[in-house]
Ligand binder design. Structure first.
Ligand code: AMP
Ligand code: MG
Length: 482
């Protein structure tokens, strides 16, 4: 086990061309204090820590030994418009820790103060959004979806101005990569001659198998397309809406990245817009699959000096195929279907249509379906449906379809419960944790983190965390300002 003084850093990003970053020291937080640490992430880093040390090194009070903090240069498309100058305006890559298994983890401080890329921002993150990011990384990881995670959450007394005065906080984000689609876009527009060496760096670090391919850059794009398609299929399967799918918020590894005004579906409304600032619904939940492709087009355009046009077209055409295959396989698993029959997709879409027309909760309905055969838990699903006749008709077909399966009821229930979560990070749950934290009570963060790390388990003592939102929590307005 390492300590914060002996972590095994090997900082490869800082060895790249100097135009790709600016060295910046973290700006110390005023009166920092410990809020929470995540033992699972500490384990990834093989780190033995104390709360006191986390505050000392991640509040900017003392430099973290062997780190080489830097702000990255990138650009990107925001809400469809190219923004030539973005970059880390409030985040710093501290360095890369390599553990005993040879895994390389980026350590990033979000809310570390101003950088040359801050534009008009103050370089800080507020407690509210830091808690949201801290919890959601774990929620996604618990659901089996690639995501950035966080080692700890540090608070401070430092006031920051948003719509009202709030306090600054910082999370220590841990990720396989902080390279975004926007890195390639910046190079394409500003330093095209560096594109090949940067693509080689990404291949060596994240997609080593592509090195052996006939056309390594085509293989790289194809691999990123596959990862992105899989990530978005996974989002759709759990009802996750990202909220700000700008290309600077898209990781090159297909990992869910940069949590802002995200939301999970409560009742199944496909046109759900979780970001209050997204007035046109560009990033509505049901637009995510097509926006994923839009973003990949922007990435492919930036890679066009390296890849022949036909190869780009082939790589992008694979997107829909991969996404749909993953989605259909996932939705069938959610219904407990392990064999293939002609009408399976229609059966799934019919169920979704019932959920939509009857304003039924997405997560609870699939979870309840996984108890069919155990009448007490399953009955609640039928009770939730206003149009009982339609539900009963559908359920009859579903049972007929299940009779073509070979596994026992019990086996099916177990398999379904392993893919239909009981606990998701509903906005109202995050809000309760935030409200309490603003009063100095962090107990809710602790409970949620543990629950969300195992969202498929029953946790009977925490049953109430699986509830649909109370009236006040149904339409919380979450915006970009964080
Ligand atoms: P985000 O909406 O967090 O993905 O940020 C978009 C861009 O704005 C990135 O370049 C951020 O670094 C920058 N940014 C966001 N908030 C701040 C802030 N408070 N201070 C400085 N830069 C910021
Ligand atoms: Mg961002």
């Amino acid at each position: 086990m390492a300590t914060l003084q002996t972590l095994n850093f090997d900082n490869s990003f800082v060895r790249l061309a100097s135009c790709l970053f600016t060295p910046v020291k973290p700006q110390a937080l005023v009166q920092p204090f410990f809020i929470h640490a995540n033992p699972q992430v500490a384990k990834l880093l093989e780190l033995d820590y104390s709360a006191e040390e986390l505050v000392r090194y991640f509040s900017g009070a003392d430099p973290l030994p062997n780190s080489q903090p830097l702000a990255m240069t990138y650009s990107g498309h925001q809400f469809g418009m190219y923004n030539p100058q973005l970059g880390d305006g409030r985040g710093l890559l501290l360095g890369e820790v390599v553990n005993q298994q040879g895994e390389r983890w980026d350590i990033h401080l979000k809310g570390a103060g101003k950088t040359p890329y801050s534009r008009f921002g103050d370089g800080r993150a507020v407690l509210r959004s830091s808690i949201r990011e801290y919890l959601c990384g774990e929620a996604m990881h618990g659901l089996g979806i690639r995501s950035t995670r966080a080692l700890c959450l540090i608070g401070s007394k430092e006031p920051v101005q948003r719509e009202k005065i709030e306090t600054a906080a910082t999370i220590v984000r841990v990720a396989d990569s902080h390279i975004r689609f926007g890195h390639f876009e910046w190079l394409f527009h500003n330093q095209e001659k560096l594109l090949p060496s940067f693509a080689d760096y990404v291949i060596n670090r994240h997609y080593p198998a592509c090195r052996q391919a006939d056309k390594p850059y085509t293989a790289l794009l194809t691999a990123i397309v596959e990862r992105t398609a899989t990530m978005i299929a996974n989002w759709q399967l759990v009802g996750f809406a990202h909220g700000v799918m700008n290309t600077d918020n898209f990781s090159i590894t297909g990992s869910t990245f940069d949590y802002g005004p995200y939301g999970f579906l409560d009742s199944y409304q496909p046109s759900f817009i979780c970001n209050h600032s997204d007035t046109s619904g560009r990033y509505a939940w049901n637009q995510q699959p097509s926006i994923g492709l839009w973003n990949l087009n922007a990435l492919a355009y930036a890679l066009s000096p390296l890849i022949a046009k036909n190869d780009i077209i082939d790589a992008l055409q694979n997107y829909e195929k991969v996404l749909l295959a993953h989605y259909y396989q996932g939705i069938k698993a959610k219904l407990g279907l392990t064999t293939d029959h002609d009408d399976d997709n229609n059966l799934a879409f019919d169920f979704l249509d019932i959920l939509m027309k009857n304003h039924m909760d997405y997560t609870r309905s699939f979870r309840a379906l996984s108890y069919s055969g155990k009448e007490d838990k399953f009955c609640a699903l039928r009770d939730d449906c206003i149009d009982r006749e339609r539900f009963d008709n559908w359920f009859k077909q579903y049972q007929q379809r299940l009779s073509l399966e070979t596994q026992s009821d019990e086996q099916r229930q177990q398999q379904m419960q392993a893919v239909n979560p009981k606990y998701i990070l509903r906005n109202y749950l995050a809000q309760i944790a935030i409200d309490k934290a603003e009063q100095g009570d962090y107990s809710e963060i602790d409970i949620l983190l543990k629950l969300l790390q195992q969202p498929y388990a029953e946790h009977p003592e925490f049953e109430r965390y699986a509830n649909t939102p109370p009236d006040w929590g149904q339409h919380l307005e979450i915006s970009c300002s964080s």
